[in-house]
Design a protein around this ligand. Structure first.
Ligand code: IMP
Length: 181
């Protein structure tokens, strides 16, 4: 795929991410202290690195499942819907569920996923996002836990891609285009 020329400037270090995940894991463990087994649901593909680090910090019995949805829109961005590309393997009725998202941007994805999973009657459903861009929000939603609030920049790394590249960067970087466009 052709992309514009760009460089990546570090925005959040791997060390800061690790420290934040440790703190968030303690809060999540408290919230779900009485769980039999927490179903941690990663939204593919951007959350795969985050969920891997998060579950290894969680001092709780967990299972891991994945959901893949695709946003598609017509001309009206605000009427975006999401389509399920890969559904959960587990039934979540009566269970404790934590949805793990990489970035909440407009919020349409998380909002649709929460609506979808709530309709399956979990006992308790909570959400966590590594990054939040509040200035971009269109849907009325906020994750229960957020790693970092960031400005309206295009970011990559730590699982997050630009044209499928850069998911393997250990830190979060900001994409800066160098063609002046
Ligand atoms: P939302 O439905 O607009 O909140 O979209 C969230 C999804 O858009 C995220 O899960 C990402 O996959 C993608 N996204 C939003 N911002 C960025 C970014 O800065 N870099 C890469 N992907 C992004």
């Amino acid at each position: 795929m052709t992309t514009r020329p760009y460089v990546i400037d570090e925005m959040i270090s791997a060390k800061s991410i690790a420290a934040r995940i440790e703190a968030l894991s303690r809060e999540i463990a408290q919230e779900f202290a009485d769980t039999e087994q927490l179903v941690v649901v990663g939204l593919l593909r951007g959350s795969f690195v985050f969920i891997a680090d998060l579950v290894r910090e969680l001092r709780l019995p967990v299972e891991v499942d994945f959901l893949e949805v695709s946003s598609y829109g017509n001309a009206m961005e605000s009427s975006r819907e999401v389509r399920i590309l890969k559904d959960l393997r587990s039934a979540i009725e009566g269970r404790d569920v934590l949805v793990v998202e990489d970035i909440v941007d407009t919020g349409h994805t998380l909002s649709h996923v929460v609506r979808l999973l709530t309709s399956r009657n979990p006992r308790k459903l909570r959400t966590i996002a590594l990054l939040d861009k509040p200035s971009r929000r269109e849907a009325d939603i906020k994750a229960d836990w957020t790693g970092f609030e960031i400005p309206d920049e295009f970011v990559v790394g730590y699982g997050i891609d630009y044209a499928q590249a850069n998911r393997n960067l250990p830190h979060i970087g900001k994409v800066r285009f160098t063609d002046g466009g």
